[in-house]
Design a protein around this ligand. Structure first.
Ligand SMILES: O=C(O)CCC(=O)C(=O)O
Ligand SMILES: [Fe+2]
Length: 335
């Protein structure tokens, strides 16, 4: 059962070696126009920079250019501080009860805690972070899955699935916490990477399974646990070992946002201060064809979800994604 979207005739298919999608070999000019960016003001000739670029104007194009090169980029003042304050108040209780009992070598360090299910807890978070236009545009660019296929009538059809949320978590790092091990968040999707020297479109548009937006709830500095990450490590092969010496802290002020491909090696930093807790809100986005890490359908009550704008509902997976993923009642509720 499906309702494929018709496309005008184009050439044959080229299958990408990676797992997630196929891309057109011809008809690509059209796709490029719709979803890609032809030129760049960011210097893409050079290898990944050692520092992250900090952008002030909310331009998806520039962010995407930086993420291709470095795997990550920072936006200054992405979310108004008044909204951040409200989101902090909304998650405070959950964060105070979000500790685990960790021992040496665990993925989460002692004196860290998490508030999960942010869509259930905070409407400010939902509107101003998850619903941020830039997150949608950047995720659409890197994580839309599409391929073209012919059926028995010889006509080519475009199959296209938009991205969705994987998890919505606030991460707290209290004084005394040690640094988290550097890792790739996309490991949970079994995303095995071949090494590449530059991230090139269209070749690498199917390389990533996920990306994250981290928005600072508190000041986030090298000494209070700012997320460490290795710029350019999205290019590494899965059999190459990331080096701690290459990691830098992504320092943020409240409301600043860090966009990061999930193939970038990163980890929470150590908090060596005596009294400055660090909190970030993390929105993790995946391809719509993958399974959500945090099951939004069981996490967010329907009455809460109904109050959110449609873009948030759709992002959370409360839609039937084209072509036919997630349907209810024999596809009659197709969004
Ligand atoms: O707390 C942070 O800065 C990062 C946490 C993280 O990357 C994780 O738990 O996967
Ligand atoms: Fe992580």
């Amino acid at each position: 059962m499906f309702i494929p979207r018709r496309r005008p005739a184009s050439g044959g298919l080229r299958t990408n070696a990676n797992t997630f999608s196929q891309v057109w070999s011809s008809g690509m000019d059209e796709l490029w126009f719709l979803f890609g960016f032809e030129s760049s003001e960011i210097d893409m000739s050079s290898r990944a920079t050692k520092q992250l670029t900090r952008l002030r104007s909310p331009s998806a194009k520039e962010a995407i250019d930086c993420m291709r090169r470095d795997g990550a980029v920072i936006f200054k003042q992405l979310v108004p501080v008044v909204s951040i304050k409200q989101a902090l108040a909304d998650v405070q209780h959950a964060l105070e009860h979000g500790y685990g009992k960790y021992k040496e070598g665990d993925f989460f360090e002692d004196r860290t805690s998490r508030a999960t299910g942010l869509l259930r807890l905070s409407s400010s978070y939902a509107h101003d972070q998850l619903g941020h236009r830039l997150l949608r545009d950047i995720a659409d660019h890197f994580l839309t899955t599409r391929h073209e296929e012919r059926m028995a009538n010889g006509e080519p059809y475009l199959w296209e699935t938009p991205p969705q949320i994987s998890s919505c978590i606030a991460f707290k790092i209290d004084p005394g916490a040690k640094a988290q091990i550097l890792h790739r968040d996309d490991s949970i999707y079994h995303n095995v990477h071949e090494p590449i020297t530059t991230w090139t479109e269209p070749r690498d548009l199917s390389r990533d399974s996920s990306l994250s937006l981290f928005v600072a709830g508190t000041e986030s500095t090298a000494d209070n646990g700012a997320t460490r990450l290795i710029p350019g490590s999205h290019l590494l092969g899965s059999n190459e070992e990331p080096q701690e010496k290459d990691a830098i802290p992504a320092e943020l002020e409240p409301g600043d946002g860090l966009f990061m491909l999930s193939s970038v090696y990163h980890g929470g930093g150590a908090n060596i201060t005596s009294e400055r807790t660090r909190i970030v809100f993390a929105s993790s986005i995946i391809r719509g064809i993958l399974r959500q890490e945090e099951n939004q359908f069981l996490t967010v009550p329907m009455e809460t979800m109904r109050k959110y704008p449609e873009n948030v509902q759709r992002f959370a997976g409360f839609l039937q994604q084209f072509p036919e993923l997630g349907w209810v009642n024999s596809m009659q509720d197709q969004a």
